[in-house]
Write a protein that binds this ligand. Structure first.
Ligand code: GLN
Length: 536
């Protein structure tokens, strides 16, 4: 019998529900159970692909090419599994399929309604994932906060699932903020009380309350939350701020969350084996040598926009027992003269040219790229990052004046980066990029080949429309900027990885290796980059 754990949020969004969900998942998995996780996003977009990173943070790309919520990244990293695009359910998807079915006549005669048609569709999608994954435990995180109008059908579906699947097979965890009043230092529980009341009004009694707080929950706050939420005090868990998110499973475990879940769901309790995880957390926390990495991008004011890259750097750094210090460099700040390239970059040990879209900040980023290349600073470019490295090289080394990407200048005389042929005739933007895991053939004797441990073919995830124009490859190669990885899409060659010949790493990839980086298994390209930054 599959067990379902629903995770709801209260008071505020972005309090760490995703990390809590992933952490609970890790504890259950470490007990030897098969776990999967679903993120529900109650917005009307069909997927996260059309949303601005500023509004929504990073778009996380799954192996099967889903453009999903960044919480799937937490799940994959903590659970060390690959998820499908199906694991991110949105209101848009639900309504789209119900309405399409209505038009086909599948409900002929019926009045199509939120209850039961929308709720049935929600439940059937959750159960489909349960079936296909074969998981013993399915975690379902409901995005937003309790009380949001758009979240109601999902909460209603969850309530129905408790009845249909049985009390012993369903569990509710409510994650809510417990703010501390600066003036008195007191932890205030009223917001949690209200959000639990709201949840109960809908018909859901939470089994566990996870209190997100700055400092460990006081016994007084715990007592109050327990009383008002109608749960025993040991079911109120303190999830206080910690140095690294990877510590969260450990603080949950120290309060017996694993035991409570096993008991509540009738699962045999087995002591979770977290030894490798604990070693990783210790490495993150104990690293004293710092390594300064410039993060050159465009959405640098919202760090969530680059979440997987930050985590990939952390994984690689922890593996080498160092601590990354990220220096954020905004392309537009360089363009507007707010910072000088020299000041921004003269003390960094390495740089990442971040992925992105569109013109804003691109010229500024290219000035940074020129500096990095000319000063021999180890640099790795991700997707748009590679494309900008290629444009900069074309202009300043090959002397191709006004070389550009047709994304940035459709009339450039030298389209060194161009729209892929398969992208020329698309009529809609949602879900149409080159998406998901693709094979990359590595060229022997290159740094990329070495980075991937001598494998001939690797699989990395993609999300792009533009690519390096193969017409210019000979010119690049002659000037020392060589192709070290390639693939094919619709019988057309796609340049996947390029690198400068020479004694420092200067490499760009069309793929996003960060999406496959795991705490216990850093992404090879990030690890290689980090080793080279440290010269080891
Ligand atoms: N805008 C570029 C493209 O579509 C790069 C995308 C990215 O960096 N993910 O090809």
């Amino acid at each position: 019998m599959t067990k379902y754990i629903f995770i709801t949020g209260g008071v505020l969004s972005s309090v760490g529900k995703g990390v809590t969900t992933a952490s609970v998942g890790l504890l259950i998995k470490s007990m030897g159970y098969n776990v999967t996780a679903i993120k529900i996003d109650p917005y009307l977009n069909v997927d996260a692909g059309t949303m601005s990173p500023y509004a929504h943070g990073e778009v996380f790309v799954t192996e099967d090419g889903g453009e999903t919520d960044l919480d799937l990244g937490h799940y994959e990293r903590f659970l060390h599994i690959n998820l499908s695009k199906k694991n991110n359910i949105t209101t848009g998807q639900i309504y789209l399929s119900v309405i399409m079915r209505e038009r086909k006549g599948d409900y002929l005669g019926a009045t199509v309604q939120i209850i039961p048609h929308i709720t049935d569709e929600i439940k059937s999608r959750i159960r489909e994932i349960a079936r296909e994954s074969g998981a013993d435990v399915v975690l379902v995180e409901i995005g937003g906060t309790v009380g949001d109008i758009e979240g109601l059908p999902f909460l209603e579906a969850a309530r129905q699932m408790r009845l249909e699947e049985g009390f012993e097979n369903t569990m509710f965890i409510h994650v809510a903020l417990v703010p501390t009043l600066k003036t008195t230092g007191e932890q205030k529980t009223k917001p949690v009380q209200h959000s639990v009341q709201e949840l109960r009004r809908i018909g859901i009694q939470p089994d566990v309350i996870v209190a997100r707080c700055e400092t460990p929950l006081t016994p007084e706050a715990r007592r109050k939350i327990a009383l008002y939420s109608n749960v025993p005090p040991e079911a109120v868990i303190s999830n206080h701020d910690v140095e690294t998110i990877y510590e969260v499973p450990l603080i949950l475990k120290s309060q017996g969350v694993d035991r409570s879940i096993a008991k509540r769901l009738g699962l045999e309790y087995r002591e979770p084996d977290l030894s490798r995880w604990i070693r990783f957390v210790e490495k993150v926390k104990n690293a004293c040598r710092t390594v300064t990495i410039a993060m050159v991008g465009k959405y640098t004011h919202l760090r969530d926009s680059y979440m997987s890259i930050i985590e990939a750097l952390r994984h690689a750094a922890a593996h080498l027992s160092v601590k990354p210090v990220l220096i954020w460099i905004e392309g537009t700040d360089i363009e507007q003269g707010k910072i000088s390239v020299e000041d921004a970059l003269n003390s960094v040990e390495g740089a990442v040219i971040l992925p992105g879209f569109g013109k804003r900040g691109a010229e500024g980023k290219m000035r940074a790229i020129k500096y990095l290349r000319e000063h021999g600073i180890p640099t790795i470019g991700i997707c748009f990052g590679l494309q900008l490295m290629v444009i900069e090289f074309s202009r300043n080394v090959l002397g191709l004046k006004d070389a550009n990407s047709t994304e940035l200048d459709p009339n450039t005389p030298h389209p060194v980066v161009d729209l892929m042929k398969g992208q020329r005739h698309i009529d809609r933007l949602g879900g149409t990029m080159r998406l998901g895991a693709k094979s990359i053939w590595l060229v022997r004797g290159t740094r990329a080949y070495e980075a991937y441990g001598g494998r001939d073919v690797v699989y990395e995830r993609h999300r792009h429309r533009y690519y390096i124009n193969t017409r210019y490859i000979n010119a690049f190669e002659k000037a020392g900027f060589r192709v070290s990885g390639y693939s094919f899409e619709n019988h057309e060659e796609v340049i996947e990885i390029m690198e400068l010949r020479g004694n420092f790493v200067y490499m760009g990839t069309q793929a996003h290796p960060e999406f496959k980086s795991r705490p216990l298994e850093p992404a090879p390209l990030y690890l290689y980059f980090m080793k080279n930054v440290l010269r080891i």
